[in-house]
Design a protein around this ligand. Structure first.
Ligand code: FAD
Ligand code: ZN
Length: 486
């Protein structure tokens, strides 16, 4: 794919974009405060810093179209940005000073709620937590739930096909989208918010934009699926004898409760020890020592209040079979929240403890135990000083296989061996038939993995889709693909 030639030199074209954008949008749609600009030019962990030509905050779909049209005319690249909580640097401009950041935060209206139709339509800049609250006020559940829900936006969730805690029951974002409104790279608008459950009239275009990480268009609104609010939610915390036992416990729970098992999270004992050390107020709920711990949630429409008794009985059965050595069932909402805080603290502790190397991988569920033991043996053989702190969404075979360093010796080892350790992890993922990006996407930091995990034919088709929608290569250049135009 080649960029079309243009009479003006590239730099001149881009410079002319700014006054045209100011004239069309007005000052209110430009971020002007230094702190705001700094925050939107770097990722939340401060690992990737860029410099933007301008940071734009449109407050209507028409303004988004205007921005996209003017940028297309002047050859200016666009980086869509939601809550900027992504973990692969997809929402951050490069350091050329030539890209504009298009923030969706002012596009945050709830357009409509249809409780009887179990759907709602919201703009892309709505915070995920706000969408959950709106659904709840109408007696409905919007089930996407993840650690960053107070900051991430629906548009970002769609662009990354976000996963999180409840995927095993409700699916990831792709399964929750009924319709989308999208501004395409030529400025035209696809408004497909019909919200139909069945609609087979040709290609289902919305799926092109889910997980596209802002490379094919700007999502401006979405019609989303709602569910009945569960009447009873039971949270349990258990210590499986080993990783195989954790997978067998999950299987037992599914046999007993079917898709009422809404979450099945796991974390290593070392990951929990780090949380207790670094995050204030975190306390381990079980006294027994074990290599792994699991957090299980069972949600149902039961009216008899027997859920906790049934979960206790399942855990008793698991204990007798030697699958677990200890367990507790939350007796109150407060206790349930404390268990979830422990799970979230595992993430926070790794940030506070020091540098870490994150791998967001998935392997077939039944192969998770073998993956964990083999990958860890290889890592320890290469760099025994580095801490291996796996945790994640066991119910989906999704392991956040993170390597961390908490003191000088560990940091030196992580610095020295980091690249080869990642190669080991991804090599094992390939060997186990897994994915090197289970839920965080590709962004700018996982691009080199595509040729290893996708066939030439798949890659060629992805490039053709990109070229068809974004022939100038202006939408999030160098996200997913190596070259600007794919
Ligand atoms: P951003 O970070 O702003 O952007 C992400 C990507 O989407 C970028 O490529 C950007 O260009 C594009 N984009 C954003 N908005 C739009 C739009 N309107 N139109 C087109 N493209 C757009 N992720 C999970 O999947 N599961 C988890 O469990 C999970 N847990 C997390 C926990 C913590 C503490 C943190 C910090 C992050 C976690 N994440 C998780 C990652 C992140 O929160 C998600 O990827 C989230 O969906 C990103 O949303 P955002 O609004 O912050 O998007
Ligand atoms: Zn996750």
């Amino acid at each position: 794919m080649r960029r079309p030639s243009h009479p003006l030199a590239d730099g001149d074209r881009k410079l002319k974009a700014l006054p045209a954008l100011r004239a069309a949008l007005g000052e209110k749609s430009f971020a002007s405060e230094a702190a705001d600009i700094a925050r939107r030019s770097a990722d939340w962990r401060g690992l990737h810093h860029g410099q933007a030509l301008a940071i734009l905050r449109p407050d209507s779909v028409e303004q988004v179209q205007t921005i996209v049209r003017l940028c297309a005319e002047h050859g200016v690249a666009i980086v869509p940005q939601g809550g900027n909580t992504g973990l692969v640097a997809g929402s951050v401009p490069d350091d050329s000073g030539q890209q504009i950041v298009l923030c969706l935060d002012r596009l945050n209206r709830i357009r409509s709620v249809d409780p009887m139709g179990f759907s709602l339509t919201v703009e892309a800049g709505c915070l995920l937590a706000e969408v959950q609250r709106v659904a709840q006020r109408h007696g409905r559940l919007f089930p996407l739930s993840l650690g960053a829900e107070g900051s991430c936006q629906i548009g970002g969730n769609i662009a990354t096909n976000a996963g999180g805690h409840a995927v095993m029951r409700y699916g990831s974002m792709r399964e929750l989208v009924l319709g989308l409104e999208v501004v395409l790279p030529d400025g035209s608008l696809i408004s497909a918010l019909r919200g139909l459950r069945k609609d087979n009239l040709g290609y289902d275009l919305k799926h092109l934009f889910v997980g596209a990480e802002g490379t094919l268009g700007v999502v401006t609104a979405a019609c989303l699926k709602l569910f009945p609010l569960p009447r009873e939610v039971v949270t349990a915390f258990a210590a499986p004898a080993n990783a195989e036992a954790a997978v067998r416990l999950l299987s037992l729970a599914k046999e007993e409760f079917g898709d009422q098992v809404t979450a099945f999270e796991f974390m290593s004992s070392e990951a929990i020890a780090l949380a207790e050390r670094f995050v204030p107020g975190i306390r381990m709920p079980l006294a027994s020592a074990a290599p792994w711990f699991v957090l299980m949630e069972v949600s149902s429409q039961r009216k008899d209040g027997c859920g906790a008794t049934l979960v206790e009985s399942l855990l008793g059965d698991a204990f007798e079979r030697g699958l677990i050595v200890d367990a507790t069932v939350a007796a109150s909402l407060e206790q349930s929240k404390a268990l979830w805080s422990l799970r979230e603290a595992v993430v926070e502790a790794q940030r506070l403890a020091g540098p870490s190397l994150k791998h967001d991988v998935s392997v077939p569920l039944s192969r998770v135990p073998a993956f964990l033991s083999e990958a860890t043996a290889h890592i320890r053989a290469r760099a025994p000083q580095v801490r291996v702190l796996p945790f994640g969404h066991l119910g989906d075979g999704n392991i956040h296989y993170n390597l961390c360093a908490t003191n000088d010796e560990e940091v030196a080892a992580l610095d020295l061996h980091g690249e080869s350790l990642s190669r080991i992890v991804y090599g094992m993922v390939a060997q186990f038939g897994g994915s090197p990006s289970a839920e965080h996407g590709v962004g700018r930091v996982r691009r080199e993995l595509l040729p290893q995990f996708r066939s030439p034919a798949e890659l060629a088709l992805m490039r053709r889709v990109k070229a068809a929608l974004d022939p100038q290569g202006l939408f999030n250049p160098r996200v997913i693909f190596d070259s600007v135009t794919g």
